[in-house]
Design a protein around this ligand. Structure first.
Ligand SMILES: [Mg+2]
Length: 244
C-alpha cells in the first residue's frame, strides 16, 4: 500500500507513448511512409526490401550498437545510413526519410482523459515529461502543460536507468519522494521510479497482470488518468500540501 508522501506531492512526471496518447499502429504507419519515400527516390530499396524488413534491420543495429540503444533517433539514422550505402541513396535523402518518419510519428491520438488531467495539474504541481522515445510534446501541442520535458536522448540514458530519474528530480527541483511518476511500462516506468524513490504509478489501462518475469515493487495501479486526478485530489484534501 503506497501512502501519500511526507510533505505532499509536489511534482508529477509522465511517460508519453501509451500514457498520454495511443501509439497503436502509429509507428507502423510512420515506417510505411518512410519506406514509400525511400522506394520513390531509390528503386533499389523496393527491389531488395519490403517495408517490414527494415524492422529486422533496426533490430540488427540495436543488437550491434548498445551505445545507441537509448537514442532511437541515432539508431534510425544509422539504419538509414547503412541502407543508403547499400542501395545507393545519400545522407540527405536519408535525413529527409527520417523527417517523414518523425512527422508521421507525431500523428497520435490523445486519450480522452489526458487534457482534462493536464489542465488540472499545473496550478498545483511541477509537471514533467520523461520519454525513452523521440516524441516531442511541443510537436503535439502540449508544451504549455509541462514545466520540462526530458528524453533518454537528451540525458544519455533510458528509463529505468536512475540517471534519467535523477535528471527529472533536478529539473523539478523537488525531492524524489515528492514526485509521482506515471507510466504504462512496468519495467521502465514503475520499477525505475520505485528504485529511485519516487511514487510509482502504473497506468494499466488494459488491466494486465504484472509481468511474471519482473520483480514486484510497491506501486499504485490505476486504469485511467481520471483516476490519477482523483487520487491526487484526495491526497491534497487530506492535507498533504502541494507546492507553494
Ligand atoms: Mg509508454
Amino acid at each position: 500500500m503506497v501512502t501519500p508522501p511526507r510533505g505532499g506531492v509536489r511534482a508529477v512526471t509522465f511517460d508519453l507513448d501509451f500514457t498520454l496518447w495511443d501509439l497503436t499502429d502509429v509507428i507502423r504507419r510512420a515506417d510505411e511512409r518512410q519506406y514509400d519515400f525511400l522506394a520513390s527516390v531509390c528503386p533499389t530499396v523496393a527491389e531488395r526490401y519490403r517495408a517490414d524488413d527494415l524492422h529486422a534491420l533496426r533490430m540488427a543495429v540495436y543488437e550491434e550498437r548498445p551505445d545507441l540503444r537509448h537514442d532511437v533517433t541515432a539508431l534510425r539514422i544509422e539504419v538509414l545510413r547503412r541502407l543508403g550505402a547499400e542501395c545507393g541513396f545519400d545522407d540527405e535523402a536519408g535525413q529527409r526519410a527520417f523527417e517523414i518518419f518523425l512527422d508521421a510519428r507525431h500523428e497520435v491520438t490523445l486519450y480522452e482523459d489526458t487534457i482534462p488531467l493536464l489542465d488540472s495539474l499545473r496550478e498545483h504541481y511541477v509537471v514533467g515529461a520523461m520519454t525513452n522515445g523521440n516524441a516531442d510534446v511541443g510537436r503535439i501541442g502540449l508544451s504549455h502543460h509541462f514545466d520540462f520535458a526530458l528524453s533518454a536522448i537528451d540525458v544519455g540514458a533510458a528509463k529505468p536507468d536512475r540517471i534519467i530519474f535523477e535528471a527529472a528530480c533536478h529539473r523539478a527541483g523537488v525531492p524524489a519522494h515528492q514526485i509521482v511518476h506515471v507510466g504504462d511500462e512496468p519495467g521502465s516506468d514503475v520499477v525505475g521510479a520505485a528504485r529511485y524513490g519516487m511514487v510509482p504509478v502504473w497506468l494499466n489501462r488494459a488491466r494486465e497482470p504484472w509481468p511474471a518475469d519482473l520483480e514486484p515493487v510497491e506501486h499504485i495501479e490505476l486504469d485511467s488518468l481520471e483516476a490519477l486526478g482523483a487520487l491526487l485530489e484526495d491526497w491534497r484534501c487530506a492535507g498533504h500540501e502541494p507546492r507553494v
